[in-house]
Design a protein around this ligand. Structure first.
Ligand code: ADP
Length: 363
């Protein structure tokens, strides 16, 4: 994680809701996680200057964005002066401009001495070349989001805000955009703040996680740790517990209708996908689809059996969430009775059984 780049000490009240933050974020990818209505979008809007805090102080790289005070001393920089990029849920683009002009819009308005993102490089990284002369209304949701990302980045912002950018996308597009987002961050070094209520996206993308509940900060931690914190667990919807794994295609097995992919330490057999060998892929495994066995299972038709070590057990609602380390952390959901009869505890060796059909390829 980099040094602190964003200080947020402010308060914003609506009728029956108050957001109150006192936190410094490090340069890197920060996820803001929390249930609907916890204040995630309000936080982004205050950073962007779309919403004015009631009081407090916001600083980006020690530059004041907002400072409450009397008429003479207060600061409230207008959004266009904040050097903040914003990508919304539905990828807002200028409808009357082609993709190319949308991308160049922010670039042209950025003073030459502050431009450090090359539009051509963004087009290449986000694979936008074939779309450059299209109008926004002819793009799919995923294409719009990639263009919105390029447009925001082309203005060389000092922070990029992303509000649930994958929420409106179909599954097969989520993995590709997540990978591209990470690549753009890696290449540019521009800090990102990624709002999501999907734990798996947070885990695969972020270096730190700020957890909000009812307008208050309840945790600021690494993705590996935040999920196990007592105040965070009640905020997790067990139905959304899943693990995202990033890997590469290794081989196709037409005889069994499967594709084999490698995930850094283990391989999985997936339902056949139309991708080339060595192509990157991202898959999702729902925690409820991971079965646990205390002994190596024999005579199973499922091909995917992974040896793992239990690293944590957490009660989530009526179920127990098991975090198992198989080289990568994988979440499994079991009943409290099953956890007891398997004698699960941190350090236990287990076998994870994943049916090929339960692995969803996200692209
Ligand atoms: P989240 O992004 O976590 O879902 P929001 O920041 O959008 O949460 O909203 C937090 C709370 O603030 C909600 O109760 C919402 O109704 C309220 N709120 C947000 N914007 C406004 C507004 N412009 N006027 C009144 N209430 C608002």
């Amino acid at each position: 994680m980099g040094e602190a780049f964003l200080n947020l000490q402010f308060r914003k009240s609506y009728d029956d809701f108050t957001l109150e933050l006192d936190v410094s974020l490090s340069a890197g990818i920060t996820a803001i996680f929390g249930p609907s209505g916890s204040g995630k979008s309000t936080t982004l809007n205050c950073i962007a200057g779309i919403t004015k805090p009631d009081s407090g102080n916001l600083e980006l790289w020690n530059r004041p964005l907002f400072l409450s005070g009397n008429l003479f001393r207060g600061i409230n920089r207008p959004p266009e002066k904040r050097r903040v990029g914003y990508v919304f849920q539905d990828g807002l683009l200028f409808p009357h401009l082609r993709v190319r002009e949308n991308i160049l819009y922010g670039y042209k308005r950025t003073p030459k001495n502050r431009r450090h993102m090359r539009p051509n490089k963004l087009v290449e990284m986000l694979e936008l070349e074939p779309l450059l002369y299209r109008m926004p209304n002819t793009l799919s949701g995923g294409e719009r989001q990639r263009v919105a990302l390029a447009r925001a980045m082309a203005a060389s912002p000092e922070v990029l805000l992303l509000d649930e950018p994958l929420a409106s996308l179909d599954m097969p597009f989520r993995g590709r955009i997540l990978r591209q987002l990470k690549a753009v961050h890696h290449d540019s070094g521009i800090p990102m703040i990624y709002v999501s209520h999907t734990i798996s996206e947070v885990m695969v993308l972020a270096e730190q996680v700020l957890v909000l509940a009812d307008g208050k900060q309840v945790a600021l931690d690494t993705p590996q740790n935040f999920l196990h914190q007592t105040p965070v667990l009640p905020l997790v919807d067990p139905a959304h517990l899943e693990t995202l794994l990033e890997g590469r295609v290794v081989a196709h097995h037409p005889e069994s209708g499967t594709t084999e992919a490698e995930f850094g330490g283990f391989t999985l057999w997936l339902p056949t996908i139309d991708r080339d060998i060595r192509d990157p892929i991202t898959v999702s495994v729902a925690a409820s689809n991971v079965m646990l066995a205390a002994e190596a299972p024999v005579g199973l038709s499922a091909r995917n059996v992974l040896k793992a070590t239990v690293s944590a057990l957490d009660r989530v609602g009526e179920t127990v969430m098991v975090t198992a380390d198989a080289g990568r952390s994988i979440l499994a959901e079991v009943t409290p009775e099953a956890a007891a009869s398997l004698g699960l505890q941190p350090g236990s060796e287990v076998y994870l059984v994943l049916k090929a059909s339960s692995i969803v390829v996200l692209g």
